[in-house]
Design a binder for this molecule. Structure first.
Ligand code: PMP
Length: 311
């Protein structure tokens, strides 16, 4: 069965002609390099973001850069550029790389002055790369949904890796879970938290529908995604009840609908959990349409309250 492999880019990203912003300067893609002794490469202390660009307009740009700052703060370092400076660097980069529908990848990391767990005094770096929007799943997945595997890989305790830090360290877990899905003939994974309750996807949040209401894990053991927050607000504005709670494993396959949310996948229905078919229903479809419209209109009229304004 073709389960719709995520696509590899036609040209490797590091070979694409273009410009990358690094610590205040723009450099050709091939010159955007770091030293092999970079602390963050060894100890997973990078923080990063993923931002969608629709028709030249980045969606929720400021919120993503606020989260980048917040992620770094949770890993005990402070970025050297303000949110506004990073936003304007990203906007310039989109123009110079001629990106219309694309993706922005900001990343911050600690330098190579010394190696050891003691990270004080290391240089703090930030880069921003942009590229054309890659196809995440097969073209019709937004309508037909994707299959997910309930992975044995669990999210770590929030006392191990802070779940609100979008840190490279967390993506080892996501990547292992993603690969466990492929081995189980599914397109992506759902992960449980360390207590055995549903947490999120490998790189997306998850919602279940019961009795026309949305049920989603409390965001204290998963990333409180920007899309998650927006979808909750959209749902409430449409009169759909939203309940944040602990969701037991046995409830998952009895859901009337399931969907994932994230910057990349937007609102993506789940059509199968391992061998159990899940219907794609009106709640997912309505929210998919409403979120898609909001993102493309590029004026998030809804307020995201979770990021402080001090950056
Ligand atoms: N959870 C994880 C683990 C993620 O990587 C992502 C993608 N950033 C999300 C949830 C969704 O977050 P957002 O809606 O902010 O993209």
């Amino acid at each position: 069965m073709d389960i719709g492999n995520k696509e590899m880019p036609d040209i490797p990203l590091h070979d694409k002609a273009g410009i990358i912003w690094m610590d205040g300067n723009t450099v050709p893609t091939e010159a955007a390099q770091i030293h092999i002794l970079t602390h963050s490469l060894h100890y997973a202390t990078c923080v990063f973001e993923g931002i969608r660009v629709y028709d030249g307009n980045p969606f929720a740009l400021k919120e993503h850069f606020k989260r980048l700052h917040e992620s770094a703060r949770q890993l005990n370092y402070s970025l050297l550029y303000s949110v506004d400076e990073l936003c304007s660097a990203a906007l310039d980069l989109l123009k110079s790389n001629n990106i219309s529908d694309g993706y922005i990848r900001p990343i911050s990391w600690l330098g190579s002055e010394s190696l050891g767990l003691q990270a004080d005094g290391l240089s703090i770096h930030t880069a921003i790369a942009v590229w054309d929007w890659p196809q995440v799943y097969a073209l019709n997945s937004a309508a037909s949904g994707i299959s997910v595997h309930l992975s044995d890989i669990r999210r770590p305790s929030p006392k191990s890796i802070p779940p609100q830090a979008k840190a490279s360290a967390s993506y080892l877990v996501g990547s292992l879970a993603y690969h466990s899905a492929r081995r189980n003939n599914c397109q992506d994974s759902l992960l449980l938290d360390e207590k055995g309750f549903l947490a999120e996807g490998s790189s997306a949040n998850v919602f279940l529908v019961f009795d026309n209401s949305l049920h989603t894990p409390i965001a204290d053991r998963c990333l409180n995604g920007i899309t998650r927050q927006l979808v909750i607000q959209i749902a409430r504005s449409l009169g759909v009840k939203v309940i944040e709670r602990r969701i037991a494993v046995k409830e998952i396959i009895n859901a009337e609908e399931i969907f994932l949310t994230g910057t990349a996948v937007e609102v993506l229905p789940v059509s199968r959990v391992d061998q159990h078919a899940i219907p794609i229903g009106p709640v997912s479809k309505n929210l998919q349409e409403a979120y898609g419209k909001l993102a493309r209109e590029n004026k998030p009229a809804l307020n995201l309250t979770l990021f402080s304004s001090c950056y």
